[in-house]
Design a protein around this ligand. Structure first.
Ligand SMILES: [Zn+2]
Length: 153
């Protein structure tokens, strides 16, 4: 049954809601205790690491209605994310979230998605926001569309 899988995102939303309300700085410890319990300490720790190393750049248009985030885990490992979308191309997400054979041990998300979520919630200055003209943003976003004109070899 997928009941368990459906409950976790709901509880997570409640946790984020609770802590985004007010004086988050005084409750950071509690927030991370709850996140550890829901998402495992490994994912939470890795997410904080990404924030600490300022690995995230959010590209956006002028009214910030369109955004796409870049996580630079290393110079050779770059991951693209859409804010508020629980999807990632990383190995962990593909194997532990999408590919888990046993739903009772599967994960809900990876450190990249969590880091971006936390960055927005904490209004973290560890994330760089970069304004892009819509035409440039469109080019960026087009990388995520199916390549219907792709010339296959
Ligand atoms: Zn990921």
């Amino acid at each position: 049954m997928s009941n368990k899988a459906a409950l976790l995102p709901l509880i997570l939303e409640k946790v984020f809601e609770k802590y985004s309300a007010s004086n988050i700085d005084n409750n950071l410890g509690d927030l991370f205790v709850e996140l550890n319990a829901l998402l495992t300490a490994r994912v939470v720790k890795a997410a904080l690491n990404l924030l600490d190393h300022q690995c995230i750049v959010v590209y956006h248009n002028i009214p910030k209605t369109k955004q796409v985030a870049q996580v630079n885990e290393s110079s050779s490992k770059i991951i693209w994310l859409f804010p508020h979308v629980n999807y990632c191309t990383c190995t962990y997400f593909q194997e532990q979230v999408l590919g888990a054979k046993d739903p009772s041990t599967s994960s809900y998300t990876c450190e990249h998605v969590l880091a971006l979520r936390l960055a927005h919630m904490l209004k973290s200055d560890k994330v760089r926001f970069e304004e892009l003209a819509f035409s440039k943003l469109k080019v960026l976003l087009s990388n995520f569309l199916p390549e219907d004109n792709h010339q296959s070899d």
